[in-house]
Write a protein of this length. Sequence first.
Lengths: 117, 109
Amino acid sequence: DVKVTQSSRYLVKRTGEKVFLECVQDMDHENMFWYRQDPGLGLRLIYFSYDVKMKEKGDIPEGYSVSREKKERFSLILESASTNQTSMYLCASSPRGTSGSEYNEQFFGPGTRLTVL
Amino acid sequence: GQNIDQPTEMTATEGAIVQINCTYQTSGFNGLFWYQQHAGEAPTFLSYNVLDGLEEKGRFSSFLSRSKGYSYLLLKELQMKDSASYLCAVTDSNYQLIWGAGTKLIIKP
């Protein structure tokens, strides 16, 4: 069964703290993504990665960084947490696509609800 | 710019039929997804359309018209467990998924 796991469901941090959110997938997917989801705004892409050690900025990368040292693991780092980073963070993975098909269904983890005080 | 529009919220009655619309303006098109997301949970895949027409899957169907930049998700025989948000997402020319803000569907007995 397809599985994406995230290290925490709920997290409370203080302003200025460094925060690590971990995501692991067991489907051997090449692509991994970090989103944040806020009411009325939908899913917004923070960073994504197409391969180990590769990373690309999404729509809202400011204040975040990522690390992908192994294929199955994609970490999101908040270098100095701020209250406006309080949100639901969702990790997803997808296969690269085969046989000329770019079908790219994304599989999501359960999410981490981060509160920054 | 790229844009996907869905109604913010809809209400329907248990046992009825509801249609959730999605219109998009994106740089290229390589497929459209519908996802379901229950409150506090992750989105889960419902359907995928890349060619014009209707795709049926049990109580759920999804329609696509590429020339009109339009899709809808049709839910039949509504059940209380269908209360959720429904997300429309389009794959653009760079094979990036562009997400709509989602439609919150409320089912009343």
